[in-house]
Design a protein around this ligand. Structure first.
Ligand SMILES: [Zn+2]
Length: 315
């Protein structure tokens, strides 16, 4: 009987195949239960000139040979992308459904220390508490962080929340909107009083170049091959020859890449040299790992924030 209960409990905990990978560097806070809270401390960039220690991860999700593949999007580095182009063509043809389907998902990545972790301990009696992890944040949490940066903190007086000594922990609270859709923007918040990063973490802490968090991006031609494999294997999307035509374009020289963190910051500050318009209609779908995907609707807020941080840095 005890065994059965244990089995059922484990089954419940692992529902949806979301088995927690304790060896991963990515903190799977979305596995916590509704009502639970994880406390994290976002860490600064290794480059202390960067006031905004997040990088944008852009990726497409396509079914290829019956498997859902994540394909990192070259736009992360300001390079052109055949899947984004296809998405744009659909949007231009007023086909929002396909436009959205091919649109890139956007998440923000940063480094953080887990201060308190509601996830169950693994067989070695450990969870993520006290560990330095990569946080993968979707639209809801990023919006909350941006909003609070603008309202909560006085750039003239307060340290940035990621200051190692005078910064602020961030609480991620999972709530539910019903229908099993998790919400993170209702209860999540920076703590009201500042605290240092725990000494036990500080003494061995190595800050990283945030660009190293981003996945490697294949060249244009390789991605186009994957796209063609998806289209030829698919059934719903390949009935329109004008849109599913093979794109011929040579891959962009990767030597021209700029730092992704720099590129993200430039996009946020509105001096995007890319020239292409990111006039997406957003993708707010749940990604498979439970983190929410992103839209560009918050760009205006982000721009204001970055300008504000820049001002306070430059005083
Ligand atoms: Zn793309």
């Amino acid at each position: 009987m005890a065994d059965l209960q244990k089995f059922l409990k484990e089954r419940e905990e692992n529902k949806g195949g979301n088995r927690i990978n304790y060896n991963s560097d990515i903190y799977p806070f979305w596995n916590m239960k509704v009502g639970e809270t994880a406390t994290v401390r976002i860490l600064p960039d290794m480059d202390d000139e960067n006031p905004f220690p997040f990088v944008e991860k852009l990726e497409h999700k396509l079914m290829i040979n019956g498997k859902l593949e994540n394909i990192p999007c070259p736009k992360m580095h300001g390079d052109s992308c055949p899947i984004c182009e296809l998405s744009q063509e659909y949007y231009n043809a007023d086909d929002e459904e396909n436009g959205k389907h091919y649109y890139r998902n956007r998440m923000h990545l940063c480094k953080a220390v887990v201060i308190s972790d509601p996830l169950p301990e693994n067989d070695d009696g450990e969870n993520f508490e006290g560990k330095v992890v990569t946080l993968q944040l979707g639209f809801q949490i990023m919006e909350k962080i941006i909003e609070q940066l603008g309202t909560f903190f006085d750039p003239e007086e307060d340290a940035l929340p990621w200051d190692l000594i005078e910064g602020y922990n961030f609480k991620i609270k999972k709530t539910s909107q019903g229908k099993g859709h998790p919400k993170y923007d209702i209860g999540s918040t920076f703590e009201r009083s500042s605290s240092p990063v725990p000494k036990s973490v500080l003494k061995d802490l190595e800050l990283v170049d945030l660009d190293t968090l981003l996945p490697e991006v294949a060249g244009y031609d390789k991605i186009n091959e994957l796209l063609q494999a998806h289209i030829s294997g698919g059934s719903a999307e390949d009935d329109d020859d004008s849109l599913s035509k093979k794109k011929k374009k040579s891959s962009t020289d990767s030597g021209a890449r700029k730092s992704a963190s720099r590129a993200a910051l430039e996009r946020l500050s509105g001096d995007d040299a890319d020239g292409e318009d990111d006039d997406d209609d957003g993708t707010e779908d749940q990604t498979e790992d439970g983190a929410e995907a992103d839209s560009d609707e918050d760009d205006e807020d982000l721009r204001q924030l970055v300008a504000q941080i820049k001002r306070s840095k430059g005083k």
